[in-house]
Design a protein around this ligand. Structure first.
Ligand SMILES: Nc1ncnc2c1ncn2[C@@H]1O[C@H](COP(=O)(O)OP(=O)(O)OP(=O)(O)O)[C@@H](O)[C@H]1O
Length: 302
């Protein structure tokens, strides 16, 4: 999509957004609540049309043509299956609703269940499944049509670690088979380990985009976060000394941070802290991560 503008009510949610997904990649969309991640998904599924700009999926306009819509599947956050039917019954019904030929339904259901490893629970009622298995079944429903583009809205919220790892394996497998995968997540570890590229939405545009390691290098270079942990909560005098030394407070009153000039170390900071008799518990260097990228982006757009 290019130069996409969307207004919802009085809010201009997207303001000139550009996004291009590659074949065979996992792209993770990050951003604060309300930055427009769900809106972007609704544009791709054709449920919403931009006020201006262009949305193309496999060359077609998903809001006007059925062909691009048939090549994609959306996994919504809420479980969209019947609670009083079994996993298999649900998938058979969904396959019929998706318009698959009757003779293909049993094999497609088997295939989808195998992809998310839910075969062992196929005779269980949806209602009786754990959150993780419900999520797997929901994803299986999206895979029945063998989509070339898979959209997932926060797919691992509230699922246990086993289901999360299983889902990651499934998504990597689909990616390796050539599908494009776009997912939203607030879990930064997930984005880092899973995504080939991330995009950070802020102020209606993609504020940062690329492989995580490239963004970190571009944004922070060799710099490391210096984390100073005090032995006891600082009074006003100590606080002003810490601030003069270039340290910023964090949510933890004992923890103060700044940025090093490079990988070398702390510079003159330990000596300066000693000189001011500040009770130090620990001082360490932390590699910047996605949480720093988000804080940086949000700082620039707040
Ligand atoms: N129908 C609507 N009318 C007016 N404003 C809307 C409407 N739908 C959504 N919004 C607003 O548009 C903004 C973007 O919403 P969207 O759901 O796309 O955000 P999001 O990034 O998916 O949020 P979250 O992370 O909470 O899921 C929000 O501020 C939301 O309040």
């Amino acid at each position: 999509m290019s130069e996409v503008h969307v207004r919802l009510g009085a809010r201009e949610v997207l303001r000139g957004l550009n996004l291009s997904l590659k074949q065979g990649e996992i792209y993770s969309l990050l951003g604060r609540n309300g930055t427009g991640k769900t809106t972007l998904m609704r544009l791709l599924t054709g449920q919403l049309r931009p006020a201006s700009g262009d949305v193309r999926v496999f060359g077609g306009d998903p809001s006007r043509e059925a062909a691009p819509r048939r090549m994609m599947s959306l996994v919504p956050q809420d479980i969209a299956l019947y609670p009083r039917l079994t996993v298999r019954e649900n998938l058979e019904i969904m396959a019929g609703m998706a318009g698959l030929p009757k003779r293909d339904i049993p094999s497609r259901v088997e295939e989808a269940m195998a992809l998310v490893q839910v075969e062992g629970r196929q005779r269980d009622l949806m209602d009786h499944l754990s959150g993780g298995y419900k999520r797997r079944a929901n994803i299986a429903a999206a895979l029945l049509t063998r989509p070339r583009l898979l959209l997932l809205d926060e797919p691992t919220v509230g699922v246990d670690i086993e289901a999360r790892l299983s889902l990651h394996r499934t998504l990597r497998h689909l990616r390796d088979e050539g599908a494009s995968i776009l997912l939203t997540t607030h879990d930064l570890d997930e984005a880092k380990s899973l995504a080939d590229r991330i995009g950070v939405l802020a102020s209606g545009r993609m504020a940062e985009e690329g492989p995580v390691s490239d963004i970190l290098r571009r944004m922070f270079g060799d710099r490391r976060e210096v984390v100073v942990t005090l032995s006891r909560e600082p009074g006003e005098t100590v606080k002003s000394v810490l601030e003069r030394l270039g340290l910023a407070s964090t949510e933890n009153p004992l923890e103060w941070t700044s940025w090093s000039a490079g990988v070398e170390g702390f510079g003159s900071l330990p000596a300066a802290l000693r000189r001011h008799d500040i009770d130090l518990n620990e001082i360490r260097l932390r590699e910047p991560g996605l949480e720093h990228v988000l804080a940086h982006v949000e700082g620039m757009h707040s």
